[in-house]
Design a protein around this ligand. Structure first.
Ligand code: SAH
Length: 268
């Protein structure tokens, strides 16, 4: 049934970072579904990382893609951030922004919005610099491998963040389940998992390209997390969806969990 699911090679060959950013992360003055969803996600991330509970030395973002919005509040609470992605072109796009290279995507409207949420819109340039300093590495990652970061040697993280990656990378529920177990090895016992996922989506569009998505419900995600040895401390669905021209999702899940201190995660 899932035999047509987008392959890793298709990600390497067909995922256009620029088109993805233009489609989903244009943050102009006119209202759009995409803008509404992004504002909501930024609010949730800001609440999570500014309340002071989710903080520490190292945060690893899994499947960062070409985006930085998910790191804007996190960079206030973690000393070091490691960004990761499967595709070369996404890591290159990200590095372009980190290094302020010509042609980098302009995130400043998004950064200004996050600074406004955090109390001072005028601090946006400072925040951009802080994030650039805090992102120490951009690594290749494959969530389907038992060692998702290959031979890279990192201490176990205090927090794993993953936004819209697992449902794109995993062709079925067992693969999703296994990916969570793979990721668990990167996290300290008791460490946080912050996850953002579209719900019940079967595809998403970037320009003219169609990418598969694993259709998941809130309950399926929570059950998969539990089986992989995570608790779910906060799990909230909003009914928003992206433009119907882009994807068919029904709601978005924002979840904060923790890796259990026991060894549940390595069984089965
Ligand atoms: N985190 C970003 C990008 C999500 S798009 C955001 O919030 O918008 C999905 C991302 O998953 C892409 O960047 C893609 O390259 C990445 N991806 C796909 N398969 C993967 C795999 N097997 N391992 C790690 N990342 C993968």
């Amino acid at each position: 049934m899932e035999s047509n699911f987008t392959t890793k090679d298709a990600y390497l060959n067909c995922f256009s970072p620029r088109t993805y950013l233009q489609n989903y992360y244009t943050f102009g003055s006119s209202p759009s579904q995409e803008k509404q969803v992004l504002m909501h996600n930024l609010r949730k991330l800001s609440e999570t990382f500014s309340l002071g509970q989710v903080k520490g030395d190292l945060l690893i973002d899994i499947g960062t893609g070409p985006t930085i919005y998910q790191l804007l509040s996190a960079c206030e609470s973690f000393k070091e951030i490691v960004a990761t992605d499967y595709t070369d072109q996404n890591r290159e796009e990200l590095i372009r922004w980190l290094k302020k290279e010509p042609g980098a995507f302009d995130w400043s409207p998004v950064v200004k919005y996050v600074c406004e949420l955090e109390g001072d819109r005028e601090k946006w340039a400072e925040k951009e610099e802080k994030l650039r300093v805090r992102v120490k590495q951009v690594l290749k990652c494959d969530v389907t491998q038992s060692q998702p970061l290959g031979s890279a040697s990192l201490p176990q993280a205090d927090c794993l963040l993953t936004t819209y990656c697992l449902e794109a990378a995993c062709k079925d529920l067992p693969t999703y389940q296994q990916a969570l177990k793979n990721l668990s090895s990167l996290l300290k016992p008791g460490g946080f998992l912050v996850l953002l996922s579209v719900l019940k989506s079967k595809f998403y569009i970037i320009g003219d390209e169609r990418f598969s998505c694993l259709s998941l419900t809130q309950e399926e995600i929570e059950a998969a997390l539990q089986k992989a040895g995570f608790t779910s401390e906060q799990s909230e669905v909003i009914p928003h969806h992206y433009s119907r021209a882009y994807t068919d999702n029904e709601g978005i899940l924002f979840l904060v969990g923790r890796k259990l201190n026991t060894s549940v995660g390595i069984q089965g």
